[in-house]
Design a protein around this ligand. Structure first.
Ligand code: CMC
Length: 428
């Protein structure tokens, strides 16, 4: 392939340089196009627009490939741990044993949050959605660590902000849940690993302790690995674009949490379980719901199906489907919703509408079934996604800062009124 593309406007030819990634992905660079030609490109939803060059995550939607820093998601999910994957994403390489010991120690050391954060938490009504509480508590860190407001500090200072949020996010997540159910919060237990500590803060009751089940904490660890990064999706792009204004790490992450919340993104995992429950209550007729999803006059979509990038299969969904079977079997749970999910998947994979549009189950289709089996309530599912995605957001923010990327500022094609005279209020 040549190293430039030709674009012809009004008979004049312009050369656009072609850049190539390490996996041979190609893009032509339109950065100078407007200056030279006065023309911009338009691409609502950024369906065909690369916003950055990134060395963190590679995915090939046609082949169903997902890799973090060159390591396959299948291998990481099987052999690694969430904290190790977090290190890999943020610092670029798998840690040595010494590096990992230090990293794990640092994360455990910072799990406690300032007592005044409890007062902020108590200010929320108990029906507050835990995603809103989570994003607020993350932003509140800017008040407790005002030095974090400046993203141009030394790398040691930025690293401390990174460690702090990795350490405190499980505390915030568990506390958001405790607030919702009106229970006293549990403090972190630094004797425990990342997932066990979170589970204990979620489920321990004052009158009865909480026994860590390795099946439960192991399954959670795997789920978090599978969610850890996914290149330039809606929430990650939000983190990068907010950070590009030199807003602080915590402000950028909080924005990412809000972007994740919507049902077309991370909120899909709760929506899937609600949908499966509705199908079950409605008698379990999957074809009827399938027809609803295909009806263009009905806003209903099959939640957990389809993906902007994966057009063959979502490799995370494959791993999660198997993990759901394993977890339910190991915990001795028989969830009727799993049968509905499998039935729906079967019908969809053999339906022309879904086949033609390349709509397959995504990461969210089976994850909710595992969360349910682990005892996590439905409106906490997206919080779990945020917990998993945190290292990816941090890595992407750090990369964007390290590359000194310019402020994100798309253009538009204006389609409103042309200049018109103002009409006085009493003449209208
Ligand atoms: N159910 C029914 N029809 C669908 C669905 C669905 N879940 N997803 C896409 N379509 C149809 C859509 O109506 C359109 O049909 P047509 O060409 O006739 O107009 C076609 O498929 C293409 O859809 P699109 O909306 O242009 O595709 P997109 O790339 O903009 O959207 C998506 C991707 C994930 C937002 C979408 O597939 C969807 O809404 N899925 C359900 C929500 C969901 O599960 N989201 C989680 C995504 S994975 C987690 C994450 O990373 O966020």
């Amino acid at each position: 392939m040549s190293d430039s593309a030709e674009l012809k406007i009004d008979g004049k030819t312009y050369n656009l340089p072609i850049i190539e990634g390490t996996e041979n992905e190609k893009a032509f660079d339109i950065g100078g196009l407007r200056g030279e030609t006065g023309v911009i490109t338009i691409d609502p939803g950024y369906k065909n627009t690369g916003s950055t060059k990134s060395a963190i995550t590679f995915l090939d939607g046609e082949k169903g490939i997902l890799r973090y820093r060159g390591y396959s998601i299948e291998e990481l999910a099987e052999k690694s741990s969430f904290l190790e994957v977090a290190y890999l994403l943020i610092y670029g390489e798998l840690p040595t044993k010494e590096e990992f010991t230090q990293f794990e120690y640092d994360v455990r050391y910072h799990t406690l949050v300032h007592e005044d954060i409890k007062k902020i938490l108590e200010g929320f009504p108990s029906n507050a959605h835990p995603m809103g509480v989570l994003s607020s508590l993350v932003t509140s860190l800017t008040a407790f660590y005002p030095e974090s407001l400046d993203p141009n500090r030394s790398s040691e200072a930025v690293n401390l902000s990174i460690i702090r949020i990795l350490a405190k996010m499980p505390t915030f997540a568990a506390w958001a849940y405790k607030n919702e159910i009106g229970h006293p919060v549990n403090y972190p237990d630094n004797n425990l690993d990342y997932c066990s500590n979170f589970l204990k803060m979620m489920f321990a009751l004052p009158a009865a302790g909480y026994e860590i089940d390795p099946v439960v904490s192991g399954a959670l660890d795997k789920l978090l690995i599978l969610h850890a990064d996914h290149e330039q999706n809606c929430s990650t792009s939000t983190v990068r674009i907010v950070g590009s204004s030199q807003a602080s790490l915590y402000a950028s992450l909080s924005a990412g949490i809000n972007a994740l919340w919507g049902p077309l993104h991370g909120g899909a995992n709760s929506a899937v379980i609600n949908m499966l429950e509705n199908i079950r209550k409605d008698g379990g007729d999957t074809r009827k719901w399938m027809d609803k999803a295909k009806d263009k006059n009905d806003p209903f979509r099959l939640m957990g199906f389809g993906h902007r990038v994966y057009k063959n299969f979502d490799p995370r969904a494959r791993i999660i489907k198997k993990a759901a079977d394993d977890v339910l079997e190991k915990l001795g749970i028989n969830d009727p919703v799993l049968d509905i999910a499998k039935g729906l998947e079967h019908v969809a994979l053999n339906d022309d509408y879904f086949v033609e549009r390349k709509l397959y189950p995504n990461v969210d289709f089976y994850s909710g079934i595992i969360y349910r089996a682990l005892g996590i309530p439905v409106d906490m599912f997206t919080v779990m996604f945020a917990l998993g995605r945190l290292p990816g957001w941090i890595a992407q923010w750090k990369e964007m800062r390290g590359n000194n990327e310019p402020i994100g500022r798309p253009r538009q094609v204006y389609v409103g009124e042309n200049l018109r005279p103002y009409v006085d209020l009493n003449k209208r």
